[in-house]
Design a binder for this molecule. Sequence first.
Ligand code: F3S
Length: 64
Amino acid sequence: MRVEVDRTACVGHAQCLAICPAVFASDELGYAVVVGDGTVPPEHEDDAQEAADFCPEQAIGVSR
Ligand code: F3S
């Protein structure tokens, strides 16, 4: 599973960071960034999917 953040859609709601801090962090401007290369460790896949589902801007893309 891989995730990516659409930087043109993210407005910094930070729900993704709260739901899945192992995968999402914030940059210096408060926008989300993906930790590492975007590959989600299996143990964090459910949280990463939840973070994508709950982003109000639908800024998180998931691929499997
Ligand atoms: Fe951005 Fe959505 Fe997270 S707006 S900070 S990707 S909850």
